[in-house]
Design a protein around this ligand. Structure first.
Ligand code: NAI
Ligand code: 15L
Length: 265
């Protein structure tokens, strides 16, 4: 059991889910976000913190022996917020971790690091990235930073390229990219209990029939996702039209992120 597990992005969708479901991993959960969080329960600490604030992040990480890093910009936006949260913020987090004895980190990367691969391509984790947005580029930065801190200092990170982690897939593309919350919780448990982690890149997806991603390089984790988005397919076909085959949602793995403009504020 960990002493103190830090969850950043605790006011967000995955952060709230993790807050509800990861209490058994640590004596104390330290929950942090720039946004509002529900008051601390027993065995919880609440720390409001902008990831771009280096001194605040140093204090935030002190005393933690595990980090689930969900905090940051999670969609395509203008460059400045991405720079603050996903580039400066990730650097701040890794420097703070280095000063705090290198607690193991789960870094929430994204499928948007590879979004411009087409949906007929099957990917392994050693293929070059093809980011589909400034957001995707920032996640490539985070992955590269994690890799460098491992090679230089031995800092362990699970780089999880999350597909789509929501209670249910929301559209036809997510029948390939979906990861159930149960499968994600099981992965996080493995990441913080396996004796030696290293710095693997892991596709964050359930055992979906339509998946494009090959996780054989991280089988050593012993994580075997159990859910399959296919069970949602019949209802989805009734609820919504399949996208036109030339639409980005049907062509590219990153879907509509591939068609996003460069936002100026
Ligand atoms: P979210 O947008 O709901 O949560 C992100 C949280 O980070 C928010 O509560 C926000 O207030 C906080 N945040 C933003 N800027 C910050 C800053 N400067 N300082 C401190 N906190 C800041 O996103 P969600 O869905 O919970 O995702 C969590 C992480 O997982 C994100 O890093 C996202 O990029 C990644 N991810 C999520 C996927 C999903 O399917 N939910 C898919 C791929 C990646
Ligand atoms: C992501 O990276 C986003 O954070 C999430 O909101 C979804 O859009 C997800 O990717 C996706 O591709 O479905």
């Amino acid at each position: 059991m960990l002493n103190r597990l830090l969850i950043t992005g605790a006011a967000g969708g995955l952060g709230k889910m993790a807050r509800n479901r990861l209490g058994h991993l640590a004596q104390t959960l330290r929950l942090s976000d720039i946004g509002e969080m529900a008051p601390a329960g027993s065995n919880e600490e609440i720390v409001t913190c902008d990831l771009g604030d280096r001194d605040a992040v140093m204090k935030l990480v002190e005393g933690c022996d595990g980090i689930v890093h969900f905090g940051g910009v999670s969609t395509e936006q203008a460059f400045d917020p991405i720079l603050n949260a996903n580039i400066a913020g990730v650097y701040n987090l890794y420097e703070a971790a280095r000063a705090a004895g290198m607690p193991r980190i789960l870094f929430a990367s994204s499928n948007h690091t590879i979004g411009f691969y087409t949906q007929d391509q099957h990917l392994t984790v050693d293929m070059p990235t093809r980011p589909d947005s400034l957001y995707g580029v920032s996640k490539c930065f985070g992955e590269a930073l994690a890799s460098m801190y491992f090679d230089k200092f031995g800092q362990e990170t699970a780089i999880v390229r999350i597909g789509s982690c929501f209670p249910e897939p929301k559209d036809h593309r997510m029948l390939a990219t979906w990861m159930s919350e149960d499968d994600f919780v099981a992965l996080i448990e493995r990441v913080f209990t396996i004796p030696r982690l290293g710095c693997p890149v892991i596709w964050g997806k359930s055992a979906n029939d339509r998946s494009w991603w090959d996780n054989s390089a991280s089988e050593f984790l012993g994580w075997r996702p159990k859910d399959n988005a296919e069970i949602f397919a019949p209802a989805m076909d009734e609820r919504m039209e399949r996208p036109d085959r030339n639409a980005p949602e049907a062509r590219f793995q990153g879907g509509k992120f591939c068609a996003e403009p460069i936002y100026k504020d």
